[in-house]
Design a protein around this ligand. Structure first.
Ligand code: NAD
Length: 494
């Protein structure tokens, strides 16, 4: 990585950011702004437009017009493909600049951010661009006197509300298939991660997205996000974030136009280690990365470690050793393994879970406190809490921070019961050298993604989505198109 370039980029002032509506940058309708605080040092990085309900409505109107007049939905899919491919190239060409800007705003370590943010977004845009002209309708197997055609039509105006942990990766998971399908979009970034989404949206315009096809409105969730959820003109709402917000979105859809709502709500993912795992050292190393990279602010983070009792103590010691070796700190240092926690609020939330566990007598094996406070930034030591009981908040609630809850088990049935003992069902992992057990566990764990002998790292070709209270619908893979394409039947008498 080019250290000198990173140093130069981090010193650049960041201009105040306006919305992107109908192809132009616009301030908030009432002139309001809000700070973007850098978690690296707790200082104001720049100011963002504090969106109003009128701003959200203006963006929806622009997206509606752009959809209805066919400037995008009416193009041949191969034409949309060209624009999206060019967009991906522009994002990739500026990957380091975009990654550094994002790190300054959300704190993810640069090594991860570069790959997981601009480069991943570019790959996602390409994947869906290339698929755009390969989606076919169907001819139904009817009797000879009828022809049943099933068209797949773009669903209309999409509202996309995304979080701060991986704004570009998650944003592109929504934008790629929505735009490739021919929909238009109003995107609402998180309060603490807006700048890179605005930056890539501008690159989209440069690549040839017509005005109004992609609009970005910054601001507060309960104002801008709520306006999208309540809009009568938004046809599909896609969301990644907390369950509490997800519930509000469903209620707003029910109160307004019954828009389809797709939710990705995180998890409390079990990482199940059996004594017969092929390589316990490797399992400990990968499990540590699976909870502590990006300071645990990962929706699929393996935040509950379930370990077979016969190897429990050794395994926890190995994992704690990895946690202690991880370099935590300046996220713009390429050697950093875990950067800053996104905000003071997230830091406080993680610390409060640890305080609660400590007060309940659980064992803090390592970490458990804020570090590097003198930087003014928000940093937390990777934390391992052992002897966590199934009913503890730490075993049931999503912390979304660098806190691992460890619980021993004795039998496969007990491991399954513990693994399934939360309201969530997003991700899981099983470590075992027994092939039959691996497949049994994949079947028995209720989650949208079950890793075997690894954690994380699945690619775009497979779907990601939750069951139970982790949500519905899927990001990634060709299945993601289902959210943005309506089926229409033509029944023709011959
Ligand atoms: P959040 O759900 O409040 O925010 C996510 C997005 O929703 C943001 O863009 C936000 O502005 C918007 N939003 C907030 N309130 C809204 C409302 N009333 N109507 C419409 N939109 C609204 O999540 P958060 O406060 O950023 O984080 C809280 C918790 O959410 C975390 O601790 C974590 O458990 C979870 N989370 C999960 C993921 C994930 O990847 N699944 C990502 C971020 C946060």
């Amino acid at each position: 990585m080019d250290m000198a370039r990173i140093a130069a980029l981090r010193a650049e002032p960041v201009a105040p950011a306006a919305h992107l509506i109908d192809g132009t940058r616009r301030p908030a309708s009432d002139g309001g702004t809000m700070p973007a605080i850098s978690p690296i040092d707790g200082q104001e990085l720049t100011r963002l437009a504090r969106g109003t309900r009128a701003d959200a409505e203006a963006a929806v109107t622009a997206a509606r017009r752009a959809f209805d007049d066919g400037r995008w939905s009416g193009l041949a899919p191969a034409e949309r493909k060209k624009v999206l491919l060019k967009w991906a190239d522009l994002v990739e060409a500026q990957a380091l600049e975009i990654a550094v800007l994002g790190v300054r705003e959300n704190g993810t370590e640069i090594g991860m951010a570069l790959k997981a943010e601009p480069l991943s977004a570019a790959a996602t845009l390409r994947y869906y661009a290339e698929a755009a002209d390969k989606l076919h309708g169907e001819i139904a197997p009817t009797a000879a006197d009828a022809l049943g055609l099933v068209h797949r039509e773009p669903a209309g105006v999409v509202g996309a509300i995304v979080p701060w942990n991986f704004p570009l990766m998650i944003g592109a998971w929504k934008l790629g298939p929505a735009l490739a399908a021919g929909c238009t979009v109003v995107l609402k970034p998180a309060e603490t991660a807006s700048l890179t989404l605005l930056r890539i949206a501008e690159l989209g315009l440069e690549a040839g997205l017509p005005p109004g096809v992609l609009n970005v409105v910054t601001g507060e969730g309960p104002v801008v996000g709520a306006a999208l959820a309540e809009s009568m003109e938004v046809d599909v709402l896609v969301f990644t974030g907390s369950g509490a917000t997800g519930r509000r979105l469903l209620e707003a859809a029910a109160r307004s136009n019954l828009k389809r709502v797709y939710l990705e709500l995180g998890g409390k993912s079990p990482n199940v280690v059996f004594a017969d795992a092929p390589d316990l050292d490797e399992a400990a190393r990968v499990s540590a990365a699976g909870i502590f990279r990006n300071s645990g602010q990962v929706c699929i983070a393996g935040s509950r470690l379930l370990v077979e009792r016969s190897v429990h103590d050794d395994f926890v010691a190995k994992l704690a050793a990895h946690a202690e070796k991880m370099q935590v700190g300046d996220p713009l240092d390429p050697a950093t393994a875990a950067g800053a926690v996104n905000s003071q609020a997230q830091l406080d939330r993680s610390l409060s879970f640890v305080d609660e566990a400590r007060a309940a007598g659980r064992r803090i094996v390592t970490g458990g406190s804020r570090i590097l406070e003198d930087t003014g930034g928000f940093y937390m030591a990777p934390t391992v809490v052992a002897d966590v009981r199934p009913d503890d908040p730490l075993a049931r609630e999503e912390v979304f921070g660098p806190v691992l809850a460890v619980t021993p088990f004795d039998t496969e049935d007990e491991a399954v019961a513990l693994a399934n003992g939360t309201d969530y069902g997003l991700a899981a992992a099983v470590w075992t050298g027994n092939l039959s057990r691996a497949h049994r566990m994949v079947r028995r764990i209720r989650a949208g993604l079950v890793h075997v002998n690894t954690y994380g790292g699945s690619d775009l070709t497979v779907p990601l989505g939750g069951v139970k209270q982790s949500g519905n619908g899927h990001d990634k893979s060709l299945h993601a198109f289902d959210k943005f394409l309506d089926l229409k039947t033509a029944w023709i008498k011959l």
